[in-house]
Design a protein around this ligand. Sequence first.
Ligand code: SF4
Length: 361
Amino acid sequence: MSMQRENSTRIDKDEALRLLKSADLLDLGEKADRIRKALHPEGMVTVVVDRNINYTNVCINQCRFCAFYRDAESPEAYVLSEDDLFKKIEETIALEGTQILIQGGLHPDLGLDYYTALLRSIKARFEINVHGFSPPEVCYLAKKHNLSIRETIQILKDAGLDSIPGGGAEILSDRVREVLSPKKIKSGDWLRVMEESHGLGMRTTATMMFGSVEEPEDIIEHLDVIRSLQDRTGGFTAFIPWSFQPGNTELSRGEGSTPVMQSVIKPATAVDYLRVLALSRLYLDNIYNVQASWVTQGLKLAQVALRFGANDFGSTMIEENVVRAAGVSYCVSKEDIVNAIKAAGFEAAQRNTYYNIIRKF
Ligand code: SF4
């Protein structure tokens, strides 16, 4: 199910590296914009109305780039009650939301029963797409219950899980993961969850967090494994690159069992973001949608991103806690998003999880 454009010449890893390192920024942007226009000639930029719901902040992984997690003993540790969860979903639906993105830490006391009961209770009450439980959560549950990844996904799917977000990818290079998140799943596990989900008929997104300790080669490797998997399955709806937000993280403080030299961290500038975004649009010739990340870059740079390959503004984010924990918080309403899209010269439309248009603004 590949959508690789006919007559196009696919760029290889060497060419991609050259472009990332030394192409003229505006040339790169123009190439990406041409592809965006060819794939989305109607000049429409989409957004999904949804809410991020983080059911717990307790996590045993303790990733060094993460400002969100707490130890189980922390006074700030929480597990969301059913009442609070339902209230959040009701509010989302009242705002014409069609999806909840439900993700959380790896809580040592929560097993598959908790997850399946949660899904069933949501589906019994609400008509809403549940986009949830990224690969680290799926792998954690598989290991905890001695199940295969496929069996675990099937159980979650049967309980009501609709689609899986691409969180936890960061950079799909185990060298980088060893520095950023030594306890987290390896690249192969992330890819396996995605491949199995696609095999079970589910759609997922793919993400990339750059601007920490990776080299340009690692970014290319990441794009390449995503493109190869998409060639096999066609199951990714979108690619979402964003940059590391260092505030309040162990990585930014230089702590940990093997402290990372601050000089090794290379926070992405606006130009770095645009280069990676444009290159992603060029390289991933088999993924229709590329998202601009206003949550990490702000609305102004997200507007520029629409001329560097992006055709989607992600989510209206009625609630967002993870990036906020790193000290980055843009106070943005749905109207702000729609106005930003229109001011950039595009039509704005609400989409669902599967990128079907629901209405135009
Ligand atoms: S990034 Fe996810 S897996 Fe890592 S510590 Fe934070 S919540 Fe846990």
